[in-house]
Design a protein around this ligand. Structure first.
Ligand SMILES: [Zn+2]
Ligand SMILES: [Zn+2]
Length: 144
């Protein structure tokens, strides 16, 4: 935790900017089926993937130059996590998921996230989830 991760936001942003171009978002929320305010959720936090990978390979991603140099390689080696292990969720369900699992969910929570998502979907199908009004979700829409 005491690591120098000051450039994290920026380095992750570089990766996201690049990878975003190839994302295929669904047209509806996986859980409730709405087509409004859709966002992409990664089961594997890109922040954690990137840091773990950089550490393992002894790469310096603390500068823009550093991250740009290895960005393509990172994306290449994490195709599954970046492009396939993702869910399209509406903002409401996305915020709720991160409320449960944190802003950058631990790698160990991937199966739990899946189960949570399926459970919410079931609830929606059964109509046990009433339509809730949420007003202050906007600030949370940028997850890592
Ligand atoms: Zn939803
Ligand atoms: Zn997410």
């Amino acid at each position: 935790m005491a690591k120098n991760t000051g450039n994290n936001r920026i380095s992750v942003k570089w990766v996201r900017d690049k990878a975003k171009k190839a994302y295929t978002k669904d047209d509806t929320c996986y859980i409730c089926g709405t087509d409004e305010d859709l966002e992409l959720h990664h089961l594997h936090s890109i922040t954690i993937l990137l840091n773990t990978w950089a550490e393992k390979n002894n790469l310096d991603i603390s500068t823009d130059e550093g991250i740009l140099e290895v960005r393509d390689q990172f994306i290449e080696e994490h195709h599954t996590e970046i492009y396939e292990l993702v869910y399209t969720l509406c903002n409401k369900h996305h915020v709720r998921l991160h409320g449960v699992y944190g802003k950058a969910p631990a790698p160990s929570s991937v199966d739990k996230q899946k189960r949570w998502i399926e459970l919410q979907k079931e609830k929606c199908l059964n109509g046990t989830e009433s339509k809730e009004k949420s007003s202050s979700l906007g600030a949370f829409s940028n997850f890592y």
